[in-house]
Design a protein around this ligand. Structure first.
Ligand code: SAM
Ligand code: SF4
Length: 333
């Protein structure tokens, strides 16, 4: 199992399949000047599947979420999903995507074994979309969402980051829009993971503000405590239910004590936290070990050691907090 010294067990693996993307969301990537991961350092499809197999069969991982960068840009995605869906025990398979290209691929992804999808959508206005993502692709995201629903992916979650003065006034409209279509909306506080290092706590839109804005049109009440243990509410009941909205206070109320995640980057590095400043190299062990039957056990050992070193929290609130070298797009959000 992937345990740490604080008694947590990581069962949820986030795999970044590429650091590249067809959007340039301001909170995630600069307009230009990104340095991409060098091609030879990227895991091949077979290497990704092998590491997922080790995580699932030797380390107790139960859920695998593919992300990036933009995971739909990975040509081998359907093959990776197909192979992961054959693993025993069969992990839950999900994808976080900007939705561009989903109109073309949703049915094939579902056929390959994808269970669920999160689509990022920050605005209902195509011009605001262009301002936030620096690309004119709003229509493609909406088409992707519709295709995901038609393909039977369920639930469909929508991820939204609110930026002050740009799209923060849209919170109630976005919720109404998602409720009408049966999508589950989740607002995520902006985190200090932008490569420009332009994040500023004082201007960030907080979870409390988001709830205030939603309250102008909806009655939002916290989910009963039993559903979330002692964690701060992340899901809220809308107008008495059954509809829900997520408000993820990653900055103002981080819930690191319940963290069950482990992360694998597209170049084969394990990260035990989004905000970790160190990484553990599995790619080298994988390539040097090759088909030697002891290699899987060696990699599992490295992975366990990486998670054992996980800190109590991400430390965003600490005075000596340092933003990680890798931006969100290269970690895998
Ligand atoms: N390209 C895909 C997408 O946009 O969904 C997957 C990768 S993206 C890094 C994953 C999620 O991280 C998206 O929902 C995005 O909005 C979110 N994200 C990116 N940068 C962020 C930041 N600085 N703070 C909070 N969330 C962020
Ligand atoms: Fe691309 Fe997703 Fe980052 Fe936007 S948030 S730039 S879609 S990786």
């Amino acid at each position: 199992m992937l345990l740490d010294t604080f008694g947590r067990q990581a069962v949820d693996l986030r795999v970044s399949l590429t650091d590249r993307c067809d959007l340039r969301c301001t909170y995630c990537m600069p307009e230009q000047g990104m340095t991409w991961l060098a091609k030879p350092t990227l895991l091949t499809d077979e290497e990704v599947v092998r590491l997922v197999r080790i995580a699932v069969t030797l380390l107790g991982v139960r859920e695998v979420r593919f992300t990036g960068g933009e995971p739909l840009l990975r040509p081998g995605l359907v093959g990776i999903l197909t192979a992961c869906a054959r693993l025993q025990p069969r992990p839950e398979l999900s994808l976080t995507t900007n939705g561009i290209g989903l109109a073309r691929t949703a049915a094939a992804l579902r056929g390959a074994g994808l269970d669920r999808v999160n689509v990022s959508l920050d605005t209902l206005d195509p011009r605001t979309f262009q301002r936030l993502s620096r690309r004119d692709r709003h229509h493609d995201v909406l088409a992707g969402l519709t295709a995901a629903r038609a393909a039977g992916l369920s639930p469909i979650k929508v991820n939204t980051v609110l930026m002050r003065g740009i799209n923060d006034h849209e919170a109630p409209d976005l919720l109404a829009w998602c409720l009408e279509r049966g999508y589950e909306l989740r607002f995520i506080e902006q985190m200090p993971l932008d490569p420009q290092h332009g994040w500023d706590r004082s201007t960030m839109v907080t979870a409390a503000e988001i709830l205030d804005r939603l309250s102008t049109r909806f009655t939002v009440t916290p989910e009963p405590a039993g559903r979330r243990g002692s964690a701060p509410a992340e899901r809220w009941i809308v107008d008495g239910g059954p509809a829900r909205v997520g408000v993820i206070a990653s900055v103002t109320q981080p819930f690191c004590r319940a963290c069950d995640r482990t992360r694998l980057t597209a170049d084969g590095q394990v990260r035990n936290c989004l905000f970790a400043t160190g990484e553990t190299d599995l790619r080298t062990a994988l390539r040097e070990g090759g088909d030697d039957p002891r290699t899987d056990a060696r990699i599992a050992e490295l992975w366990r050691a990486a998670m054992w070193g996980k800190k109590a929290g991400g430390g965003i609130g600490d005075p000596d907090f340092h933003q990680p070298e890798r931006p969100m797009s290269a970690i895998g959000g």
